[in-house]
Design a protein around this ligand. Structure first.
Ligand SMILES: Nc1ncnc2c1ncn2[C@@H]1O[C@H](COP(=O)(O)OP(=O)(O)OP(=O)(O)O)[C@@H](O)[C@H]1O
Ligand SMILES: [Mg+2]
Length: 277
């Protein structure tokens, strides 16, 4: 679905002498139907990378392919934007209309999709994110999690194969976060969509098929959540956390208590502790 080859990127505000590659030789493949989480400290280049996935930014060096289409090829821009949707952190910046369903219809209308087709897409998208009942409500009166689900519906209405989420839960309370993460999992599991999730929440990354760890413009790790989070010391060295239950097991093991080091969920942790008792 997505492939980057030796991707480098420098923002143009840099002068010739101070040129700084915010992305430096990034090689990443995201397969169709996969759920990939991207972790990394603030400023390491996650959002810059995400913006390469639908042509919002173009490589300074190397290549990005979306379904085999080179993002540098200008005539493919529209097609690439149709293939990959984006959802950002702040739902308030993404909502443009005063009625939920009009907001979801906005992008396909701009694309010139026929109106009966739009009606169908909007209803389907709102059902998928669980916001169909609230379709006639005013978006600004919704909770953060609900607004973000409307933003996701807006992305789905474009019928992309892949959605890239850039910290979609950062401004949400725990309930809103869980609504959004469940919606993302549903897109992958029921709609067969490819999901890329940039997040600072380790519990969210633990739900992905694969986790990519970035630092200063480079990919340092690309592996299953279990393998990634078993490297507690490495992650902490990068200023990253691990899921709380992983940390608990890590500390127990350090204290000499024999518990597994690849625990990711509360259930797995409870099982491990029960075994001990
Ligand atoms: N428009 C811009 N112009 C110049 N430099 C930028 C621009 N946007 C980001 N940068 C710089 O590029 C680097 C990577 O930024 P980016 O936003 O991709 O990081 P990030 O990993 O998404 O961080 P965060 O976790 O805070 O969202 C940072 O050093 C940042 O200051
Ligand atoms: Mg960012």
């Amino acid at each position: 679905m997505i492939k980057t080859e030796h991707l480098r990127y420098a923002y143009q505000t840099d002068t010739e002498e101070t040129i700084k590659f915010v992305l430096d030789d990034v090689n990443l493949t995201v397969n169709k139907g996969e759920f990939v989480a991207v972790l990394g400290h603030n400023g390491c280049g996650k959002s810059t990378l995400a913006k390469h996935f639908n042509g919002l930014l173009l490589p300074s060096g190397g290549m990005v392919y979306i379904n085999g289409m080179n993002t540098k090829q200008e005539d493919l821009y529209q097609e690439i934007r149709k293939n990959v949707g984006m959802v950002f952190q702040n739902p308030d910046n993404q909502i443009v209309a005063t009625v939920v369903e009009e907001d979801v219809a906005f992008a396909p209308e701009n694309l010139g999709v026929p109106s009966d087709e739009i009606r169908h897409r909007v209803d389907e998208a709102l059902k998928t994110v669980g916001m169909y009942e609230l379709r006639l409500h005013a978006p600004h009166l919704l909770s953060g999690g609900q607004k973000q689900r409307v933003a996701i519906a807006g992305a789905i209405a474009m019928e992309p194969e892949c959605i890239v989420f850039d910290e979609p839960t950062a401004m949400l309370d725990p309930k809103g976060r869980s609504e959004v993460i469940e919606t993302m999992l549903k897109l992958k599991n029921e709609k067969n969509m490819t999901v890329v999730l940039i997040t600072h929440y380790m519990e969210e990354a633990a739900r992905a098929d694969r986790v990519v760890v970035m630092d200063r413009g480079k990919i340092l790790r690309d592996d299953t959540p279990k393998n990634i989070f078993s490297e507690v010391k490495f992650l902490k060295g990068l200023g990253l956390d691990v899921p709380q239950v992983t940390e608990l097991c890590y500390l127990l093991a350090k204290a000499g208590i024999p518990v597994p080091q690849d625990v990711l969920t509360v259930e797995e942790c409870a099982d491990a502790l029960m075994q001990l008792l």
